[in-house]
Design a protein around this ligand. Structure first.
Ligand SMILES: [Zn+2]
Length: 180
């Protein structure tokens, strides 16, 4: 599914950091909305931003509302074409299996991602996407762009959520559920 080539930087861009920072801004807005902070930007072949989206499965009541899917939908509507040939998807986290499948259906031009996802990353971490010989579309991918910042957004979000979920300590003398 993936080629060994690296994505080609569109004209007008000096590095992938610039679109990744836009994707990071989307991730921050997802966090503020209580969604897992992942953001995506979709660039046209000329480097123009066709779409940007924040992860929103909770707000949308839609398990498929990952940032990548929302960005691809927006861009396809805008282009009037379900094929996103020559477009580059820039996303803060390594895509999951669903998003990888959607990229193949969209005939995406290239993928650039930030943090690796050791739990469910389907590009390199949990699946060697390059070895899927039944997939009829191949594209270059690059991971690790602003990986630290992209990962920090997620780590902060989950740390805050864990702290919020920790129950207050039981008062002295009471029987907690664990010791009862
Ligand atoms: Zn996904």
């Amino acid at each position: 599914m993936l080629t060994t080539d690296l994505p080609t930087l569109p004209p007008g861009l000096d590095s992938w950091d610039q679109p990744m920072r836009q994707a990071l801004a989307e991730a921050h807005s997802a966090a503020q909305a209580g969604e897992v902070p992942v953001g995506a930007v979709l660039l046209g072949p000329d480097g123009a931003v066709l779409a940007r989206a924040a992860n929103a499965p909770i707000a949308n009541g839609d398990p498929t509302a990952h940032a990548e899917i929302l960005a691809m939908r927006q861009a396809a509507r805008r282009l009037g074409n379900y094929r996103l040939t020559g477009c580059t998807l820039v996303v803060t986290l390594e895509p999951c299996l669903m998003c990888l499948g959607a990229m193949v259906h969209a005939r995406i031009g290239a993928l650039v991602y930030g943090a690796h996802d050791p739990k469910s990353g389907a590009v390199a971490s949990r699946l060697d996407a390059a070895s899927l010989d039944f997939v009829n579309h191949r594209f270059p991918a690059l991971g690790g762009v602003l990986a630290q910042e992209c990962g920090d957004v997620l780590r902060r979000f989950f740390r805050a959520r864990r702290q919020a979920a920790t129950p207050p300590p039981a008062p002295p003398g009471s029987h907690g559920s664990e010791s009862a």
